[in-house]
Design a binder for this molecule. Structure first.
Ligand SMILES: [Zn+2]
Length: 90
């Protein structure tokens, strides 16, 4: 049995979309991952079986009610990580 939390994909997709909106934020791998983790912890997991209809399910959910919530949680996560970045500042 293969399960996948596809909320993960949505958050990562949305993150890539939103990066240009935060030009002063550090988007190194570590900071990007921290934002994704923080946002995901505040969003409901959405599990699907990867065996069937993954693409369909993705398409269905994109532009859904989660869109607004995902953007909101990413914005909140950016604000938090920006204050407490874990990367090593050179
Ligand atoms: Zn960084």
């Amino acid at each position: 049995m293969e399960l996948k939390n596809y909320m993960e994909d949505f958050v990562l997709d949305k993150l890539d979309e939103l990066i240009p909106h935060y030009p002063d934020y550090c988007w190194c791998d570590e900071c990007k991952r921290d934002v994704a983790i923080l946002a995901l912890n505040h969003l409901p997991p959405k599990y699907i079986s990867t065996e069937k209809g993954q693409i369909l399910t993705r398409a269905e959910c994109l532009g859904s009610q989660y869109d607004v919530e995902i953007v909101k949680q990413i914005a909140a996560a950016v604000a938090v990580v920006k204050e407490h970045p874990r990367h090593k500042t050179a």
